[in-house]
Design a binder for this molecule. Structure first.
Ligand SMILES: *Cc1c(COP(=O)(O)O)cnc(C)c1O
Length: 429
């Protein structure tokens, strides 16, 4: 495949945009080479500026659960746009999407919309601190909650790929309030809680981790966190920016039967427009301004175009009774196909999968936390990434990312993908 025009565009971009990209992981730094510039996308495919077609497993890093340029979303945005693009006044569509989200997700009474997953998580933590009147938070190594200061402590994917576990610019003062725990290690959490009695406002986590590759929670991990939180007046915050409306209508609370106190959303909830949200029961949400004293705001929050896109997206998800079953079956099919090929060629690997999230780790041992994820063979991943790309399959350019399965994928696409995996690993042996 030729990337002539992408290379030229990247060169121009790098003159005026740091690293040529507006979000670091797009830059291909972890895998080498120059990023591909997207021109358009439809369904399961993305087309680049050189006219190449790729089967897309990034899907805008999660939002495109139902495929690119999904007609109900596109039409909703076009219609809304004609009425004006922003007012800075309340609009009816905000209530419509809020009512729908509250009806789909367990244990939430109210939801506030923001513009990104970062904002959602940042605001959720402020709310948790304001509500509990405590300062410290527990986060897990390898979990990503956006790029606000408090979270840039061993933050998975992008942050790890670029080799700075703690970003310069994050002050010691901020870092000291973020306590770092090991994912899937409940004893570690217990020890941290015991050592910081009455100081911890919340435990925040990805209930299925997706930013160190896909890592499911072990058997009772989530319910044991719930127990710890109840015992110590700590709020449990599920960062469902990736998993929300993707793994089940009600997200991981529904999937694992564990209640969270605050839930963060992003990605799917905006249908591809910049949207985030955080939600909780009344008792907690009523602490937010203007009802309460915890301040949080946004000029473009609840933007009508973004709300129209999100509402169309959630409506489709809510009305499709077979969606999650279909997604699960497609992902399982891909899983089985890839497993067979990798075993046939004796390639050391671990595949993790939950619903429509899947990742291949070129690692020997089970991948259960950041440490075990980091043991994967990165040279192998680089070669795999570029091999797949030249086969017309676009996966995330980092070993610490999940593949996102979209409902737009056909079984023919999946077969094509499995055949590509075989071509690539064949060339290694
Ligand atoms: C993507 C992501 C975020 C950040 O969302 P942005 O919209 O990129 O700010 C936060 N948490 C998780 C789990 C994510 O996957």
């Amino acid at each position: 495949m030729l990337y002539k025009r992408s290379s030229a565009l990247f060169k121009d971009a790098a003159q005026v945009i740091p690293g040529g990209v507006n979000s670091p992981v797009r830059a291909f730094k972890a895998v080498g080479g120059t990023p591909i510039f997207a021109k358009s996308a439809k369904g399961a495919y993305v087309f680049d500026e050189d006219g190449n077609r790729f089967i897309d497993y990034i899907n805008s890093w999660g939002p495109m659960l139902l495929g690119h340029a999904y007609a109900p979303v596109v039409n909703a945005v076009i219609e809304k746009t004609k009425q004006g693009t922003s007012f800075g006044m309340p609009t009816e569509i905000e209530t419509q999407i809020a009512e729908l989200a509250v009806s789909m997700v367990p244990n939430i009474d109210k939801i506030r919309f923001v513009n990104s997953g970062t904002e959602a998580c940042m605001s959720a933590v402020r709310l948790a601190r304001g509500f509990t009147k405590k300062d410290k938070i527990i986060k897990f190594a390898g979990c990503y909650h956006g790029h606000s200061d408090a979270f840039l402590i061993q933050a998975g994917s992008g942050a790890v790929t670029f080799g700075s576990p703690n970003s310069p610019g994050v002050t010691q003062g901020t870092a000291k309030d973020t306590l770092l725990a090991r994912y899937n290690d409940i004893d570690n959490v217990k020890a941290i809680v015991a050592a910081n009695k009455n100081e911890i406002a919340c435990i925040i986590l990805e209930p299925v981790a997706g930013n160190m590759g896909c890592i499911p929670p072990k058997n009772d991990f989530l319910s044991e966190l719930r127990t710890i939180c109840d015992a110590h007046n700590i709020l449990l915050v599920f960062d469902e920016v990736m998993t929300g409306f993707r793994l089940a209508k009600g997200g991981c609370q529904e999937l694992y039967g564990v209640a969270a106190d605050i839930v963060c959303f992003g990605k799917v909830i905006g249908g591809g427009l910049p949207v985030g949200a955080f939600a909780a029961r009344d008792e907690i949400m009523n602490h937010l301004a203007p009802l309460g004293s915890v301040y949080q705001a946004g000029t473009l929050s609840g933007n009508p175009l973004a709300m129209a896109a999100g509402y169309a997206m959630l409506t489709s998800i809510n009305n499709d009774v077979d969606l999650f079953k279909r997604l699960d079956e497609k992902t399982a099919y891909l899983h089985n196909g890839c497993s067979k090929v990798l075993m046939k060629y004796n390639i050391t690997h671990t595949i993790n999968r939950v619903g429509s999230m899947i990742s291949i780790h070129f690692a020997e041992d089970d991948v259960v936390d950041f440490e075990t994820a980091a043991q994967g063979n990165n040279d192998r991943f680089k070669s795999f990434f570029h091999g797949m790309l030249s086969e017309g399959i676009y996966i995330a350019p980092s070993a610490f990312e999940t593949w996102f399965i979209t409902d737009a994928l056909s079984y023919k696409d999946l077969d094509e993908t499995i055949a590509a995996v075989e071509h690539v690993v064949q060339s290694w042996t």
